[in-house]
Each structure stands twice: as structure tokens, then as C-alpha cells.
Design a protein around this ligand. Sequence first.
Ligand code: ATP
Length: 889
Amino acid sequence: MTDRAALPENAHKLSGADVLETLSVSASEGLSDHGVRESRARYGGNTIEARKKVQPFVVLLHQVKSPVVYLLGAAAVLALYFREWTQGAAILVVLALNSAIGFGTEIKAARSIEALRTLGTRSARVRRNGKVVVVPAEDLVVGDIVLLEGGDGVSADIRLIEASNVGADESALTGESVAVDKSHEPVASDAPVADRASMLFKGTFVTRGSGTGIVVAVGPGTQLGRISQLAEEAQPDDSPLEKGLAKLSGQLVWATLILTALIAGTGILKGEDVLLMVDSAIALAVAAIPEGLPVVATLTLARGMWRMARQNALIERLPAVEVLGATTVILTDKTGTLTENRMAVRHLWVPDEGMELTPAEDDGAPDTPEQDLENRPLFGQLVEVAVLCNNAALGEEETDHSGDPMEQALLRLGERTGLAQRTLLALHPRVGETAFDASTKMMATVHTDGTRFFYAVKGAPEMVLRRVAFIATADGVSVMDDARRAECINRIETLGLQGLRVLACATKTAETADENPYTGLTLLGLIGLEDPARADVPEAIRGCREAGIRVVMVTGDHAVTARSIARNVGLGSEASRMVDGPKLSGMDGSKTGKLLETDIFSRVTPSEKLALVQAYQNSGEIVAMTGDGVNDAPALRQADIGIAMGQRGTDVARQAAAMILLDDAFPTIVKAVREGRIIFGNIRRFAAYLLSCNLSEVLVVGIAVLSGLPLPILSLQILYLNLVTDVFPAFALALGEGEKDIMKHPPRPPKEPILGLVQWSAIIAQSLVLTAGTFGALFAAELWLAPDPGELVTITFLTLAFSQLWHVFNMRHRRSGMFRNEVTRNAWVWSAIVLCILLLAVPAYIPMVADILQIVPPDRDMWLIILGMSVGPLAINQIGALMFGRFRS
Ligand code: ATP
């Protein structure tokens, strides 16, 4: 017997039986609860830091390493150099405050995104206490018997003890991108990891076939765990939004530097006081930069992801949040997305005879008296094959069931008709399998009674029909002639028209277990399964139509069934075009246009799905596509938004997707699109808001310096506006619920940037109006009040501050009403306004703050000017919006 501790390194060269013996585990029973506890105590649990946690230090560095900080830092140094102590210290304090807010927001966002990831964790099918159960991947222990099939992620190092046509993608471990063949045969003891065909390694994927294996290493003891740098997955990329904002910040810094140098240079040349010019330059520098922008952006994205997760849409790639809102076509599969995926057998057909099954009241399974089948052997044989050729397992509770819901329905049928899987397998042990393949659309298992081999085949009826040579009838087996074939096809259509998913079962006996399972078959009959349409789908599809989004069904199922389900959920119309998958392979440029008007694509294989996604993209669409199988991965990656199914999807599909539907439901996609549109609108709103506020400050300072007027707003005051008061309305805008009719309009053009020409024009026009208001206040005060410099700057500062506050109401969508819109309906906006009024009005009456901000308590006349000149710009901008509405976002 081998040393247990050396197993991870030796298991590949031992026989499966040896490994089982070494770990004292029975393949048919698996570990007991006690065995699991003991193993965990001895070898540890199955966790390694799969994803590197975001380190606080890195986040802090991220705050400090921004051009904005450099610029403000330089301004502070300059201020200190010229002995402007208060100003220098205040800039530093503000800088620290801003970094602290940024740090807090970013770390919270990072942690919440990390928490979100755990929602989508993997599970594994294991045999414990003689039963198949599904456990979280972290709960695997050494000695667990794991059942694997194509699409599963491998969550521990596993020695295969049974394998049918297993292939694995080990690129994560070995860099080899071609799938490698696996088998249960031992390999040479000196084989390198890449050649250990008898092993499956943590972090890799099973791409095809099915098998059983025993866990020999978990967590840090696995090959992956040992290569620690692999475990630290690459950090996810910044989203396009974040990249765009970083670029914008950089550009603004440069523009500011040039502008500052120009203005200060001109001033000094004109003989102005150098100190005054430095002051102005600092004011300009801080005015130009929207310090709050990155913080609000991070918050919006993180919050958007949470809101989506609460609605069962888990975002895997950040860019998806923004792209979702631009989706123009959704390619959706049928089973489980448009339907409930709660299958029940409703019809059995054997030659010349059909049997309707009514659902029983308890669990929706058909209620068929056992003796019914005993007296009707043809039906018995049909059910027997359906139960044998099956990879699902029924547990005691419904939650313990595992495997494909369709196969579970077949097993339930077996239980109710006295043909339970356990009993049948005891009589005819399984000795081989040809796993289900989405392109052949069939699967086969081989069984033996000790002397001969018995092949059980089930699959898409037209595929099986092509392979059958005989048909079992009441009078015995006869040759499959054209008349019989036509009768079958007719029956398939009839069942399909009722919306049933149809399977055909066939069989053969042979002398060996390694024949091609799909030749010389005898057809036993057809099984019609019902899968009710989801009740909430029709409304979601109507919603998509209103939102200008096309919904196209792309299914592996038969055309007739697909159309019937489509009709039930209100997809397409009676006149809808339908195209069969195989027609897609000859797709050439000239015919694509017409083809893309199709509403239903049936019998589509995964490679045809990929071609379809590309064809839609070439015609300028933004494509969201759902997928669940291993072979869907390329199409999911190709789509603008690949959507994997959380419950039914394979790990491979999830890995390739940008979004995971935790409930597998179509309406969730529509909710996510809506959320995507809201987020995009909010980002646009707060970016436009912050930038127009900044621009107005630059214009106020720039114009004053160039025309020799006293500075209407001082650098500390600008900082106060940018970092304290502007941020709250911006946060409030980011928390908005979007326009009421956001899903009643077509998607935005895909290439439209967050801030395009239209938005920039509005930003410039609006900030000019804000600037005019401030100068209006300056002139009015000079004219009526003859103020001292302290009073004057108080008036102009507060005028600009309040006009920026009211400016938030200009951020409504051009289609929304002037008084009732998404901004006025947003309670956060009103709270932000109250808070900012307190933050602006109160400092003037608190001597210490007033001193630092260099303002005085305003009297009644000053307040009148401030309010008049700050409300004025709001009115003008609203009138402008009415006249030039189309120039607004
Ligand atoms: P959708 O793509 O909308 O989910 P689907 O589930 O019917 O539809 P596939 O999973 O590609 O698509 O299946 C295609 C066909 O293959 C099915 O209609 C069925 O006839 C057959 N089939 C599916 N699963 C099995 C299986 N486990 N064993 C045998 N045949 C199967």
C-alpha cells in the first residue's frame, strides 16, 4: 500500500483501485459524514485564496497616484512657499479628506464586489453515504468521490477511476490550449503534470465526456495551490468608464497647467503682483479639476452591481454594466430561460399506440399506475431505456435531486412505474457511456447482464431516426420502412405542436461494449415532455419590444416545439420567420440581412450560435446572448454581453460570461438592461453636473484675472465647493432611479460616448450662464451696496455656490417634464440640497470657519442679491433647455 501523504504526487501512476484502497474509500458509497470530518481534520479544507483580495495599501496608493493629487500637492507647496499658511494647510487638509473619502468608497466598493463574487461560487457533485449530493466546492475533502461531466470546473486534484471520453482544458495550469484526453488508466510515474492523463487538476475544466474520480489533494496541496502566483488571478481590468475618466482627469490637468501658466504669465508680464498671480493660478488649478468625479463613478458602478445582484443578475466583468444599457438584441435560449425547466413527461408513444399522462398533484410528475406498464411491455422498454440512459440522480428531498431536469423527469417517471434507476442498474450495471453532445444531440450508455451488452440510446428524435434500422412493434421487431418513418415524423410534429419537447429512445444488443452506439438501432418510441413557459416572460418580451430591443430565440430544440413555446410567450408572430440551425452554416454576407430578421432559430449547434452572434454584430447590433453548455463558451465570449445561467450553466460557460443569471430567468435580463440604462444615465448626469460646475469656476476665475477684476471666488472657497458641496448633489444624482419611461425608448446608439458633442455643448452653455450669474451678482453688489472686499467676495462666492446647487435641476433628461422628472422625484437630491444649504449658509455665521473661508455674515440685501443671481441661471438654463432641448442628454 502507498503512503497516503505521497498520494498527490503518486496517484497518477497507481491504479484507481489502489488509490481507493489507500484512502479506504468505496467508490459506490463514498465517504461517510465521519470520514469527511476526519479527512478535513487531517488534510485541511479546499480553499486557497483564489482571487487576490484588494489590499488597502494598493487602494491608498491608487488615491495618491492621481494627477489631481500631484497638482493639488504642488499648489499646496506653492502656497506654503509664499507663506500662505492657512491656504497651504487647508489645501493639504482637503487633499487628505478627499483621499480619505476616495479610499473609503473604493475599498467599500472593492469589498462589496468581492462579496458579490462569492454568490457565484462553484459546487461539486459527490457521492457521500452512498448518495449523490451537491456540495460547495470548498467543502470537498480528500477521499471524496466526485462525479464530473463536460462543462464542470475541477475543484480539487482528482484521480479518475472511471472515464468516458473525458477531455480537459488544462490551459490554466499548463498553458496548453488544446483539450487533453483523460482516462482512468495509470500513467508512467515520471510523467510531467501535463501528461498525467489519469488526473484532473484543480482550476481546469472538463470539456467533454463524463467520469468519476477520487479527490487526492485539496486546497494548498493541489498543483494549483502550490503554484501560488497562478492562484492570484489577474486583477480585473478597469471598466471603459473608469479608463475614460482617468483619461479625462489627465487631460484636464494638462489643460489647467497650460491655462494657469498662460494667465499667470500674462498677468506678471502686465506688471501684476506676483503673489496675486500665484494665488490666482492656484485657484484656477483647483477650480478646473472635478475632484469628486472618480469617487462618485466608483460608487455608482459598485452600487449598480449590487442592485443587479439583488435582482439576480451577477456582473462578472465591469464593462458589462455600461454595455448592457446599449443592448439592441437579446439572443435567448429556450429551456429554463423562457420556460420553467420543470419538466414532466406528458406523453409516451410506441408504434401504433400513445399514452397521455396527467400530472400528479404532488410534484407534477405523471400519475401512471404501475400495472399499466406491466401489461404493456413496449412502454416498459421505452421507460427502461430512458431511465438507464441517464446521468441524473434523485435524492430523498427535491433539493437533493441532481443533474439535467429533463433526465430527472425521466427518472421520476421510472420511479412511478416501478422502474427505479437503482433497481434497473443493479440488474444491468452500466459499463460505458457516450456522453451527450450538443452537435449529435444524442447520448448512449452500455449495460451488461454478464453475457451480452445492451446499448441504451436517447436523443433528439430526428437524429435518432436517422440511425435506426428497426422498430419495435407489438408484433415484434420489424424493419424501419418509409411508412413507419413517416408515421414517426408525423407523431413528432403533433407532439411538438403541443409545445412538448420530444425525445426518441432506441436500443441494440451486441457482443462487445465498444461498438459505435449509434448504428443498427431499434427504435422503441417517443417521449413528450412538458416544460411550462415562465409566467413572467410575455410581459418581459413586451417590455423589450417597447424598449426597442429585439428578442430572438436560439434553441437546440425542434422547430415545431420552439414555435409553440414562442407562441406561448408572445415572441414573434404567426408569420415569424424560422430558420433551422444547419442553414446557418452556409451563411454568406448577401443573405445575412434577411436571415437576421428571423425570430426563431431552431436546432442550432453551439458553433452556429457563434456565427449568428458575429453576423448580428457585423450588422451593427449590440448582442446579449445566453448560454449554458461548454460549447457555448466561444459565443458567450464573442457576444457583447455573454450571459451564463447560474443554476443550469456549466462552469465553463460561467467563466466565459460577462453576466450570470442567478435564477436563469429571461425577465432578469430585461431588468439588468433597465438597470444598465439607469446607470449610464446617472453617470452622464453626475459627470455633466460636476464638469459644468468646474467649468463655471474656471470661467469665473479666468475672466476675472484677465480683465483685472477682483477674484470673485478664492482658491479655498473653490476647494470647499468642489470637495464638499458639489459632491453631495453628484452622489444624489448617482443614486437616481432613472426616467420613468427609460424602457419605452430605443437603446442609445452603441458608439455614443458618455459625454459626446451634445453633452459638452450643454456643459459649456450652462456653465456660461452660471458664470454670468456670478458676475451679475458682482456688478449688482458694486452698484447697489458699495461692499468692502470681504462682503463682495461673500456675495460672489455664495452666488456661485447656490447657483451650482440649483443647477442640479438642470440635469433632467430632455424628454422629462420641467417640474416632475427623475431629479425632482429623487429624494436624495432634496436631502443633498438641505445639507448643502446648511454647509454653505452656516459657515458664514461661525467665526472660525468664516475666517478660513474669508467670508462675512451676509445681511438681508446681500442675501437678496445672492438668491436672485443664483436662481436666475436656473431659470435661464431651463428656458434654454425648452428651446434647445435636443442639445441635452
Ligand atoms: P435550448 O437551447 O433552448 O436550451 P435545448 O435544451 O432543447 O434548447 P440542447 O440542450 O442543445 O437544446 O438540446 C438539443 C436537443 O438534444 C434537445 O431538444 C433534445 O432532443 C436532445 N437532448 C438534450 N439533452 C439530452 C440528453 N441529456 N440526452 C439525450 N438527448 C438530449
